[in-house]
Design a protein around this ligand. Structure first.
Ligand code: GLN
Ligand code: ZN
Length: 755
C-alpha cells in the first residue's frame, strides 16, 4: 500500500489572510492575539485540505520565514537583536529591522531559496556561536494538528543546509566548525519530537541537489550518522533537482526514508530506485510542487507502478517539493475559462492528485476511473488545442538562423555611429525607466480597469502623466529621457496582458517573502504579439522633446522567469517565442523614431541552473533569446539592458555575450568587487554603474555620487561610463527623486568640466 504525504503547504492562506493579518499587526492596527488567531486559522485550513493524506506536515507554517524560524528555534539570534522584549518583537526585528514596540535595527539579509523566487532570511552565526534549543512553539503546532485529528509529520530545515545557507559576520569560512554543536541541538530536537510520540520527521536538505564540495558531503555523512541514533524515523528530503554527484552519498546515509524530486529530476527515478534499499521508504515527488499544471495521472501512475509493486508501503507518493511555491486553490478562479482551468492544478488540487495516484497504485486504475478519464481528456485536449499551438509561431521559431541574433556590425562600429547620431555629452545621464507611481497614477489604472474611465479618458490622462515626466527630466537636464512607465502595473504583467499565450489568475498568489506575494502570469500557449505594445507611448513622449527618449521593454528571459512556464515545450522554445515578439516591438520602436531602446533583464541571473553542468546550456538559450530580441535594428540604434543586482561572477561571460551597447547595473553595495569582475573580463561595451540607491529614501549628495563615478573610472574607461540610478524609481516619491536626480546630474556635470 503506497502511502501519501506532502512536504509543506502555502502559509499565506487562500485569500492571503496571513498577509493582511501581518500588515495590520505591523502597522499597529491589530494585536499579537489577532495575528496568532489568523495564523491558527490558516494552519487549520491547511490541515483540513490535507487531511486525506497519510501524513500532514506540521511546523512548516511560519509567520515570516521557515529559515528564520529554524534559527530562532536553535537560539541562533545575533547579538544586535537581543533585547528584553516579547519574542515576537525580536522575531520581526530580525525579519524586517522593525517591529511594533522594538528598536529599529538592520534586518537580517535576505536571499533567494535555491532556484525559486522565495526569499529566506540568511542566518548569521557568530564565531563562537552556541545553540540552545527552544521548540515549544513547534510542539504546540504539532499538538494543534493532532487535536484536530491529523497524523503529523513535523518538517525541519536540515542542519547541513541550515549551516550552508548561513553566513558568519567576517573572516574565513568557519561554518563547518559549528557542525558538532548543531548536531547536538538537532539530536535534542529529535528527542523532543520523539517524546511527543512522533514517528516520522521530515528533514529537508535541498543542498543535496547542488554541487557541493567534499567537506559538505562529509558534513552530511557526519550529521546523519549521528542523527540516525535518534528515536524517530527520518525522511531525508531533497528537491529542486536530481541528486547528481551526491547520489552515492545520499543513498548511503543511514536514514529511514529518502524523498526525491521526480519532476525536476525526472531522470533519476529509476537510478535512485535501484540504489535505495527496498526495506526503506522511498518518497517520490511526482506531482509538480512549483508549477500550475494538472498532473497527467496516467503517466504518473505508469512511472510508479513497478516501484509500487515491489516496495509496497515503502513507497510514498508526494508533491515534488513543498507546495509553498504553488498558488493555493484553483477553485476560486472564477474568471478563467473552463478549458484553461481544466489544464491547471494549484495546491489544493495537487494534494488531491497525490491521493488519486496512490489510490490507483493501491486499488487499481478502476478505483479512480472518473478522475483518470478527466485527466486523460485534459492531457489530450492540451496536446491538440488550437489555443496553444500556432503554426505561424512554430514556423517562425523553426526558421530562426544564427544571423537573426547578430547585430549588423561589431560594437566598435556601432558605438561610433550611435555617438555620431545621439551626440551625447561625456558621462551621459539617464534613468532606468519608471518614475514615481503616484496615488493618482494607480487610481487612473484602477478606474480604467473598473470601467470608471473610458479608454480615451484614460489615454488622455496617461499622456498628461508622460508629458509631466518629460518636463521634469528636461528641467533636471538629463540626457536620455524615458516616458516613465505610468501605464504599467508590473513589468511582466503589462506585456503578458498584451501578448497572446498568457493567462492571469485572480488569486494565484505565491509567497515571495514575509507578507509579500507575487501573482505570476501563466504562459499556456505559443506566444505572439497581436499589436504593438509600447510604441504609441514612446513615440508620443518623443514628440514632446528634442532629447532622445529611451524605449522600455522587459526582456524575454525575465518575462519567462517571472511567469509560470508551460511544461509541454522547452524553456528555450518559450524564450524564443517571446524574443521574436519583442524583436518586432524593438523594430517598430526604431521605425517610430526611438533610437535608444532598453531591454530589461533583472531575472537573467535568477534562472541560472543550480548545477554547474547545466549552466552552459542555459546561457546558450538565454543569451540567444536576448540577442534575438535586440538584433533587428540598425547600427546607430542603441540597445541598453538593465540588471539590478551586483553578483556577476558566474555570469560575466554571458553578460558580455548579450552584446548590449549599454548595460546599467546596481552598484550601491560592494561596488569594488562588482566592477572588478567587469575589469578583469575587460568588458568591452558601455556601463552605467548605479550611483543612487533607490531602495533607500536617502538623497545622496553631489560629492558622493561624483566620488562613485570617479571610483568606477579605476575599472572602466571614462568614455564608456554612464551615470544613472540603480533601478527604476517607481517606489520613490517625487520629493526624493527630484533632489537626488538633480545631484546626480550635477555630479556628471562636475566631472565633465574636469575633462
Ligand atoms: N524599467 C524598469 C523600471 O524602471 C526596471 C525594473 C527592474 O529592473 N526591476 O521600473
Ligand atoms: Zn532594476
Amino acid at each position: 500500500m503506497a502511502l501519501t504525504h506532502s512536504l509543506g503547504f502555502p502559509r499565506v492562506g487562500r485569500r492571503r489572510e496571513l498577509k493582511f493579518a501581518l500588515e495590520a499587526y505591523w502597522s499597529g492596527d491589530s494585536s499579537e492575539a489577532l495575528l496568532q488567531q489568523a495564523a491558527a486559522q490558516v494552519r487549520q485550513y491547511n490541515w483540513q485540505v490535507q487531511q486525506g493524506l497519510d501524513f500532514v506536515p506540521a511546523g512548516d507554517f511560519t509567520l515570516y520565514d521557515h529559515v528564520l524560524d529554524t534559527a530562532v528555534r536553535l537560539g541562533a539570534v545575533p547579538e544586535r537583536f537581543k533585547a528584553d522584549e516579547p519574542a515576537i518583537t525580536t522575531y520581526f526585528r530580525q525579519a524586517r529591522g522593525r517591529a511594533p514596540g522594538g528598536q529599529d535595527v538592520p534586518a537580517l539579509e535576505m536571499t533567494k531559496w535555491f532556484n525559486t523566487n522565495y526569499h529566506y532570511l540568511v542566518p548569521e552565526l557568530a564565531d563562537d556561536q552556541q545553540f540552545s534549543l527552544n521548540v515549544d512553539e513547534q510542539l504546540a503546532q504539532i499538538r494543534e494538528a493532532r487535536a484536530a485529528g491529523h497524523k503529523v509529520k513535523p518538517v525541519l530545515v536540515g542542519p547541513v543546509t541550515f549551516l550552508y545557507l548561513s553566513k558568519q559576520r567576517e573572516g574565513a569560512d568557519q561554518r563547518l566548525s559549528h557542525l558538532p554543536k548543531l548536531i547536538n541541538a538537532y539530536s535534542q530536537w529529535l528527542d523532543k519530537l520523539a517524546a511527543e510520540g512522533i514517528e516520522w520527521v521530515q528533514i529537508d536538505e535541498p543542498l543535496l541537489v547542488t554541487d557541493i564540495s567534499s567537506d559538505w558531503q562529509q558534513a552530511l555523512q557526519t550529521a546523519y550518522q549521528a542523527l540516525s541514533e535518534a528515536p524517530v524515523k527520518i525522511l531525508l528530503a531533497s528537491y529542486f533537482g536530481t541528486l547528481g554527484n551526491n547520489l552515492a552519498l545520499a543513498t548511503s546515509l543511514p536514514v529511514a526514508g529518502l524523498h526525491i524530486d521526480a519532476v525536476a529530476g525526472r531522470a533519476q527515478l529509476g537510478v535512485v530506485d535501484k540504489a535505495w534499499p527496498e526495506d526503506k521508504v522511498l518518497s517520490v515527488g511526482i506531482v509538480n510542487g512549483r508549477n500550475v499544471w494538472r498532473t497527467d495521472l496516467r503517466a504518473a501512475i505508469d512511472s510508479l507502478k513497478a516501484i509500487g509493486e515491489r516496495r509496497g508501503n515503502q513507497l510514498w507518493v508526494a508533491p515534488s517539493c513543498s507546495l509553498l511555491h504553488s498558488p493555493v486553490d484553483l477553485a476560486q478562479e472564477d474568471q478563467l475559462d473552463d478549458e484553461l482551468k481544466s489544464w491547471l492544478a494549484f495546491g489544493v488540487q495537487k494534494v488531491e492528485e497525490v491521493q488519486l495516484i496512490a489510490k490507483a497504485l493501491n486499488e487499481g486504475e478502476g478505483a479512480i476511473g472518473e478522475a483518470l478519464a478527466a485527466s486523460d481528456a485534459a492531457a489530450a485536449a492540451r496536446k491538440s488545442s488550437k489555443r496553444i499551438h500556432s503554426d505561424t509561431v512554430a514556423k517562425r521559431v523553426a526558421a530562426i538562423t544564427g544571423n537573426d541574433s547578430q547585430r549588423q556590425s561589431a560594437f566598435g562600429d556601432r558605438i561610433a555611429k550611435q555617438r555620431e547620431y545621439l551626440k551625447l555629452p561625456a558621462y551621459p545621464t539617464t534613468t532606468i525607466g519608471s518614475f514615481p507611481q503616484t496615488p493618482t497614477i494607480r487610481g487612473l489604472r484602477r478606474d480604467w480597469r473598473a470601467g470608471r474611465l473610458s479608454e480615451p479618458q484614460y489615454r488622455e490622462a496617461i499622456s498628461k502623466e508622460i508629458e509631466a515626466v518629460i518636463r521634469e527630466q528636461e528641467a533636471l537636464d538629463l540626457d536620455v529621457l524615458v516616458h516613465g512607465e505610468a501605464e504599467r502595473n508590473d513589468m511582466v504583467e503589462y506585456f503578458g496582458e498584451l501578448l497572446d499565450g498568457f493567462a492571469f489568475t485572480r488569486f494565484g498568489w505565491v509567497q515571495s517573502y514575509g507578507s509579500r506575494c507575487v501573482k505570476p502570469p501563466i504562459i499556456f500557449g505559443d506566444v505572439s504579439r497581436a499589436q504593438a505594445m509600447t510604441v504609441e507611448w514612446a513615440a508620443f513622449a518623443q514628440t514632446l522633446t528634442d532629447k532622445p527618449v529611451k524605449g522600455m521593454l522587459t526582456g524575454p528571459v525575465t518575462i519567462l522567469g517571472w511567469s509560470f512556464p508551460r511544461d509541454d515545450i522547452e524553456l528555450k522554445t518559450i524564450a524564443q517565442q517571446i524574443a521574436l515578439a519583442l524583436r518586432d516591438e524593438v523594430v517598430d520602436l526604431e521605425q517610430a523614431g526611438i533610437k535608444v531602446i532598453q531591454i530589461d533583464e533583472p531575472a537573467f541571473r535568477e534562472l541560472l541552473p543550480l548545477k554547474l553542468a547545466d549552466q552552459s546550456a542555459y546561457f546558450d538559450w538565454a543569451v540567444e533569446a536576448f540577442r534575438l530580441s535586440a538584433a533587428g535594428v540598425a547600427d546607430d540604434t542603441q540597445i541598453h539592458t538593465h540588471m539590478c543586482y551586483s553578483e556577476f561572477n558566474a555570469i560575466i561571460d554571458a553578460i558580455a555575450a548579450l552584446d548590449a551597447d549599454v548595460i546599467t547595473i546596481e552598484t550601491s553595495r560592494s561596488a569594488n568587487e562588482l566592477l572588478d569582475v567587469f575589469r578583469e573580463y575587460a568588458y568591452p561595451n558601455e556601463i552605467g554603474p548605479g550611483v543612487y540607491d533607490i531602495h533607500s529614501p536617502r538623497i545622496p549628495s553631489v560629492d558622493e555620487m561624483a566620488a562613485l563615478i570617479q571610483r568606477a573610472e579605476a575599472y572602466i574607461p571614462a568614455e564608456r561610463i554612464w551615470v544613472n540610478p540603480d533601478c527604476g524609481l517607481k517606489t520613490r516619491r517625487w520629493d526624493e527623486v527630484r533632489p537626488a536626480l538633480k545631484n546626480m546630474v550635477d555630479a556628471a556635470k562636475q566631472l565633465r568640466s574636469q575633462v
